[in-house]
Ligand binder design. Sequence first.
Ligand code: ZN
Length: 627
Amino acid sequence: PLHHLEERLRWSWGVVSHLHGVCNTPELRQAYQNQQGAVVAFGSRAGQSKPIYRALQQLAEQPLDATQRRIVEAELRHMQLRGVGLEGPEQEAFNAATAELAQLASRFGNHVLDATNQWSLTLTSEEELDGLPGSLRNLLAQAARDAGETGWRLGLDMPRVVPFLKYSRRRDLRETVYRAQVARASSGEDSNGPLIERILTLRLEQARRLGYANWAEVSLASKMAGSVAEVEQLLEDLRAAAYPAAERELEELRACARRHGAPEADDLKPWDVGYWAEVLRQESFELDGEALRPWFPLEQVLQGLFGLCQRLFDIRIVATGVGDAPSWHPDVRYFRVLDGASGSPLAAFYLDPYSRPGSKRGGAWMDECLGRTNTRAGEAVLPVAYLICNQSPPVGDTTSLMTFDEVETLFHEFGHGLQHMLTTVERPQAAGISNVEWDAVELPSQFMENWCYDRTTLMGMARHWQTGEPLPEAEYQKLLAARTFMGGTATLRQVHFALTDLRLHSQWTPDGGQSPEQLRRELARTTTVLEPIEEDAFLCSFSHIFAGGYSAGYYSYKWAEVLSADAFSAFEEVGLDDEEQVVATGRRFRDTVLSLGGSRSPAEVFEAFRGRAPSPEALIRHSGLAR
Ligand code: ZN
């Protein structure tokens, strides 16, 4: 009954939040902000309802099956964390802070979006394009045309800024772009600086009201990781393995710059790292990420992904006709998922693949449109997912040609989608990704990324969009070799983010005499090999923890990577070319990780699939950090 009560609001507000993310307009933003207070207030009221709390406490005394018990316990904890146990003025202060935190989060995110959009630089001469690949030139030219300008228009959105920093031979322009990028939302009207201290202070106060020492403890109360110390330990293990590797990698970049006679060789700056890494990568592997795009047109990548899912999980995915489901943009597509054996419908999903910098939030994500449940009339509701990417759109007559990174991102989000869509749990509160601990939720997504490196999968989908020619074997070998390239740097970067997040929420206090930025810079000494530059205000655009739900939870990516790498190693153990064993292992993955969702603890689900507890060995090996 509680679920049915809440479903109407979840559905309507879910649609509004979704549109706020994918077609943000001033009107919608205003409408969203106008209603947000009421939604938060309702959530607090339901979350603090004494009758509901007492009813759940009574339920917890009843004989329950394992799924029911996990749902009731999670619900009770959820209510406790929403302040159900607080009384009078204490509860009022708690609710006021909750509402303020939601507003601050949405302002934080909007500042980042605005700061990203407001900056542009129009290049007008060929010399300024030195080094840029054709696809990026086209993208910049199109951006200029869209703005009514001639030339090439640079912006700070990912599809433009990432390749620019990688390929531009103009060090002065790289520096300009980099400085703008890291200083986003750190000054003027859009500054997030004051918001950060306010958010951290409010969270600390909320934690203390709930009887916890800090916000990190609140966060971990509902996660798979047992304590702050346990997370610190994993991050330190990874830091210790990654730091020397990152130092070696930086030295290799300096040596590479020296070989090219670059004046900056002995004084590499952050805006040089991406560029020289790309030069070294091309020299070491002769692998040109941009040159691989023609082998990855979106249509074929989708066929490869769907074929893999058919093979591993025995499902069929079919595109439906235009108009089969309501949509928000002409580029959005809609697919249905059928059971391979019976042909019966299981689920459906939207795919919104392309970047739209003016109105669509950056990054990629999966969200629930509808969850698996039964209506009050007993009618089955099948899950529907939103899959949102921000890959390069088609340019002119050229279809969307993906980088290998974009292919991995699509596989990743699809992994989340699979867990949402292939659930067999009948109780909506534990179906799909519901009730899955945050730090285990990236297991299926990161697991799917591994298949991008599997020969059968990759060679099956990578065909030249014009000639149909398969990806040359040598290129495949280079992709494999490049996988661990700069692996120490990449791991260290994640450790830096995760540890900054954890310490801000476990050690920082407003009266501790240290600003959040100072805390981050102190941490940077042991978690970066190139000190952040003075105007680097990374925290001001760290939306994951200040505008999203990752506060004191950024470590989850690495935590779940231990699980996902170990899960994939089950396929490696049986042999990736042993079709019968791969298929059997794939079915077992569907029947455990993808089916059970939040109905069992993540440790139990993992063990049901793997036959033992998780081990970090596979992750360290896959990252190239094994000694
Ligand atoms: Zn993910």
